[in-house]
Design a protein around this ligand. Structure first.
Ligand SMILES: Cc1cc2nc3c(=O)[nH]c(=O)nc-3n(C[C@H](O)[C@H](O)[C@H](O)COP(=O)(O)O)c2cc1C
Length: 167
């Protein structure tokens, strides 16, 4: 599958099979995120790979949807704002960098037949508590990772003429 195929076919998956993820597939997905570009190459991120059922259970406090817990793995993408590059006007690029890495992970997962669903509506304070995150480690997003148990239809996008302004 080439990159464009993965981009076209990927869907947010909200139903998972309990089947375990082979170790090499999990490592490949993480490798895609590790290789992502970041502002100033600061790599201001840490990805928590939650496999332990006990720890995964604790994530319920931060996001209760059943499909998150049905997947064999949950990945919590965290930023390290103090390590991130900052623009001259003060804008911190941490969330941008973490987002790019997460998108790499999501597309690499799809190529391997693995589903994900970006979760932004999480309770960051509860997530920090659940994972006992150290000071300075900020959750940006999380996703379940597992084999899809659904085939969602294409979700609509803005047409090109609304999306791109050619000047
Ligand atoms: C930044 C961001 C936050 C999102 N947060 C959630 C979320 O909290 N819960 C959820 O079910 N989906 C969430 N989504 C998934 C979107 O709903 C989904 O990407 C969108 O509806 C398009 O569908 P598709 O991903 O299948 O193309 C989020 C997506 C993004 C990019």
């Amino acid at each position: 599958m080439d990159v464009m195929e993965a981009i076209r076919a990927r869907r947010s998956i909200r139903a998972y099979k309990p089947d375990p993820i082979p170790e090499d597939a999990l490592l490949q997905v993480l490798e895609a995120a590790r290789l992502a570009p970041s502002a100033g190459n600061r790599q201001p991120w840490v990805f928590y790979v939650v496999r332990s059922p006990e720890v995964k259970e604790k994530l319920r406090a931060a996001y209760g949807a059943e499909w998150l817990h049905a997947a064999p793995v949950a990945i919590v993408a965290c930023g390290l704002p103090d390590k991130a590059w900052t623009r001259t006007d003060g804008k911190n690029y941490c969330d941008v960098d973490v987002t790019i890495a997460m998108d790499h992970l999501i597309l690499a997962a799809w190529e391997l037949g693995l589903g994900t669903c970006w979760i932004g509506a999480l309770d960051a304070a509860k997530l920090k508590e659940a994972l006992a995150l150290p000071e300075g480690v900020e959750p940006v997003a999380m996703t379940p990772l597992g084999y899809p148990a659904e085939e969602p239809p294409v979700r609509p996008r803005k047409p090109m003429e609304e999306f791109a302004k050619f000047l």
